[in-house]
Design a protein. Structure first.
Length: 316
């Protein structure tokens, strides 16, 4: 049965996922400005009369918004339905890959086609067993290819919680640690939030990178964050449910007092009470004997936590 399913899935490779799509708006300066403000990107190439769009905005010009696009083909929906019927009812985005051919400029009107590039053989992951589906979108301005965007999802059958032994509680995913960010995670284990600082121009940066975005200098040192900041933006995660997570919960883009931003959980108030501009303070949460993560508790949550602890001391 598995072989038969894989053969049917393979027949969808090369079939269109979207045909003759068109961006709902031309490339435009307001969207570029909003993007740069949200990302904290002050590169002068993205403003002024000769401005270009940030290359990483490539997918933004193709999005259909809440009303969606009418150019999506039936093949992609058929493929997902086939996977649903095979028990792969959950989905998680795994990665995307972009290639930039030419810059986009305000006034450019984009068109795009998308194809189901590949469907993987059956794979077993920590989330469950399923298939990776990769689509490739070609984005054009007139006849010219401006870039490509590959998007990969995993359609899987969730691993049954009942199959775990009682002493095998689900663990949170481990961070990916490499030679560029190892110092950050070493600091977290010591309950210190370290920010990279360029030794040439003094620019602070996060996440950690091998070189300075401002001047290109490869040498750096670190400063320890004070631990204070505000909620710059946030989302509330409802779906999909993952083992070791308990949705809904708030994930915030935190602007630290030092000026850099980082993503982390917002705690201390219910998820639906989180607001942009809320002051927060750094805490380190130990999830198990190996994993320590920085989270940010709202000042309101700190007050409630302190009041609860004082009440506890009084009762004792």
């Amino acid at each position: 049965m598995a072989d038969e399913l894989e053969q049917r899935l393979k027949t969808y490779e090369g079939r269109p996922a979207a045909v003759s799509g068109a961006g709902k708006d031309p490339v435009n300066a307001p969207m570029i400005r909003h993007w740069c403000e949200a990302m904290g990107d002050t590169n002068p190439a993205y403003s002024g009369p000769d401005a270009i769009a940030p290359p990483t905005m490539l997918q933004a010009w193709t999005m259909g918004g809440l009303s969606g696009h009418t150019d999506r083909s039936s093949a992609y929906d058929e493929l997902l339905t086939l996977l649903d019927e095979a028990g792969c009812t959950s989905v998680v985005a795994t990665d995307c890959e972009q290639e930039y051919i030419r810059p986009l400029r305000p006034g450019d009107e984009i068109t795009f086609d998308a194809v189901i590039e590949s469907v993987s053989p059956r794979k077993t992951t920590k989330l469950g067993t399923g298939h990776f589906v990769t689509t490739r979108m070609d984005i054009r301005v007139g006849p010219d290819l401006a870039g490509t965007h590959r998007f990969r999802i995993l359609k899987y059958a969730p691993a049954s919680v009942r199959q775990r032994q009682p002493d095998q509680a689900p663990r949170r995913p481990r961070p990916v640690i490499n030679r560029d960010n190892a110092g950050f995670w070493e600091g977290v284990r010591e309950h210190r939030l370290l920010i990279q600082r360029c030794t040439a121009c003094g620019t602070l940066r996060h996440p950690w990178l091998p070189g300075c975005n401002t001047c290109g200098h490869p040498e750096w040192d670190t400063v320890e964050a004070s631990g204070t900041g505000t909620v710059h933006s946030y989302v509330v995660m409802h779906h999909p449910p993952f083992p070791a997570f308990d949705p809904p919960y708030a994930v915030g883009l935190i602007e630290l007092t030092e000026g850099v931003r980082m993503i982390s959980n917002v705690t201390g108030v219910p998820y639906d009470k989180v607001r942009i501009g809320m002051p927060v303070r750094l805490e380190f949460r130990e999830y198990d004997e190996e994993l320590v993560l920085p989270v940010f508790r709202t000042e309101e949550g700190l007050y409630e936590k302190g009041s609860h602890e004082e009440g506890s001391h009084a009762r004792r």
